[in-house]
Design a protein around this ligand. Sequence first.
Ligand code: 13P
Length: 255
Amino acid sequence: MPTRTPLIAGNWKMYKTVTEAVATATELVGRVADADDVEIMVAPSFTALAAVASALAGSRIALGGQNLHWESEGAFTGEVSAPMLVSAGCSHVIIGHSERRQYFGETDETVNRRIRAALDAGLVPVFCVGETEAQRESGETFSVLDKQVQMGLEGFSLNELTGLVIAYEPVWAIGTGKTANREQAQEVHRFIRELIEESFSIDLANAVRILYGGSVKPDNAADLMAMDDIDGALVGGASLKAETFSQIVNFKRSL
Ligand code: 13P
């Protein structure tokens, strides 16, 4: 059984001013100081990145962007590039979140370009995939995920993808309080791992971390994380408070 260090990531979405983000980050540093068996990442909004980087300095918590543009600079009003994220202190970046696909026209092609930009800048991409409720109900879950994973990772070499993180977030479970049950999540995580094995290699498949996202809370985290192919969580709502996020980070202590 390959051992993968769990990654617990917080996606703060469009919440928190700079002051609020720094306060949460500062409180979190204290609450997770002993969690040396997991990796931790938070992704504040762009405006708070540099200040949160200072608050996290010297701690175990990594910093991530929530998106990036694929060009490194240019006349693209309102966009932020990979080198800019690096210069603000980021080591990770969330790419292809369903909210970006749903509301901002993100496609598998643009996701692919963004992953390229992240890798070129040395950022760890947290590559999000997931089916909608309608797709699940019409039996398309696996074909949708197959397409998202294959197109998102098209053209990359095996070596480039070392360190890749995938987040499976069923759209119907995001912010709804409906969590995929752990068997449903495990089934999809296994499927994604097998896709990586077929397209790349068994070693990459064994190494890639596949996070679950969608209404992860302190009371369901340990249950989900106990499954073989669930290697962590991408947490929205419950990551906004240091208390609840740290309870998820410390999920092993509640087993
Ligand atoms: P919730 O945890 O609020 O359901 O959000 C999940 C998510 O979208 C994380 O990226």
